[in-house]
Design a protein around this ligand. Structure first.
Ligand SMILES: O=C(O)CCC(=O)C(=O)O
Ligand SMILES: [Fe+2]
Length: 291
């Protein structure tokens, strides 16, 4: 069964359910008006570009749009939400100095759409390491999610299975049923998928996925959100978009012209710049007795 918490839940509780079940829903996390605003900002691009990504996996009655932060500045409040960041810290920081946005996508499932195949989102990466999650998905409801209209299907407990090993029982899926302004969090290894929409109204969600900072994101966020767009947002969100190196010192990955990309002038969070980059430095060699 999918566990539901409400917006009073602290990050530790959300993380602990996420770790044990692989998925957790938090209802009423933002005001419904924010969901309405983001939906209104996305509307023109959903209408004009939404069916460009039709395929067997995405569905032919599902509008998708990925350049979310070009179009919908209000979505920053969801992508960069404090609870999401706190939970992502818990998921990723044991395995990386930082993490970043993997993809953003508005997904509008129209009436008559069938179930999307259940899947895990981390299969874009050809590695599978017990205990290390590669991605975290956060699906925000921008309209009410119901069992009838295709609220995301999730399989609690399905994250405990290495894909190289065996497949979990997928028959016990649950729809995420939640009012607009809620979010369902699922680990990259958790099986899930869009639901069939048997209602007569669209179901609109915004799914934000994050990945370990040393991985290549599924979507090229520098093209989706180039510097002239990214600069409209705050330092933490710019870092999440990849405009910050992973780690520090000699262990930097993704650096550009020094410690930080030129136009990101302040480290977004000192804890992310945690001096792990000591291996390989002169000081490290000296400390090893290498003179
Ligand atoms: O639309 C949904 O509820 C989920 C979509 C999804 O999981 C995907 O496209 O990877
Ligand atoms: Fe997915």
């Amino acid at each position: 069964m999918l566990t539901y918490l409400d917006a009073t839940a602290d990050a530790e509780t959300v993380s602990s359910v996420l770790r044990s079940d692989g998925v957790v829903a938090v209802t009423g996390l933002v005001d419904p008006e924010i969901a309405d605003t983001v939906a209104a900002e996305l509307r023109p691009d959903l209408d004009s570009k939404g069916l460009k990504t039709v395929d067997a996996f995405n569905g032919d009655k599902t509008n998708r749009y990925g350049d979310v932060l070009r179009t919908a500045p209000s979505a920053a409040a969801l992508v960069d939400h404090d609870l999401v960041i706190a939970v992502a810290n818990d998921v990723f920081l044991p395995h990386a100095a930082s993490y970043r946005i993997n993809s953003l996508a508005a997904i509008e499932i129209m009436p008559g759409e069938a179930h999307q195949a259940l899947h895990r989102d981390d299969t874009v990466y050809p590695i599978d390491v017990a205990g290390m999650e590669l991605t975290l998905g956060v699906m925000w409801s921008l309209s009410d999610f119901t069992a009838e209209n295709g609220g995301t299907r999730v399989v609690p407990g399905s994250h405990r299975f290495l894909r190289s090993w065996h497949q979990p029982d997928l028959s016990n899926w649950d729809n995420a049923v939640m009012p607009k302004g809620s979010a369902v969090f699922y680990l990259g290894s958790t099986w899930h998928g869009g639901g069939a929409n048997d209602s007569n109204a669209p179901r609109l969600g915004l799914v934000n996925s994050y990945c370990l900072g040393w991985l290549r994101p599924e979507v090229n966020m520098y093209l989706s959100t180039p510097p002239e767009v990214a600069v409209r947002y705050g330092p933490r969100l710019r870092a999440l978009l990849g405009y910050m190196a992973h780690d520090s010192g000699d262990d930097q990955c993704g650096s550009y012209g020094g410690d930080c990309p030129a136009w990101v002038d302040e480290a977004p969070d000192p804890a992310w710049n945690n001096q792990r980059g000591v291996v390989g430095t002169v000081a490290h060699a000296k400390a090893q007795g290498g003179g």
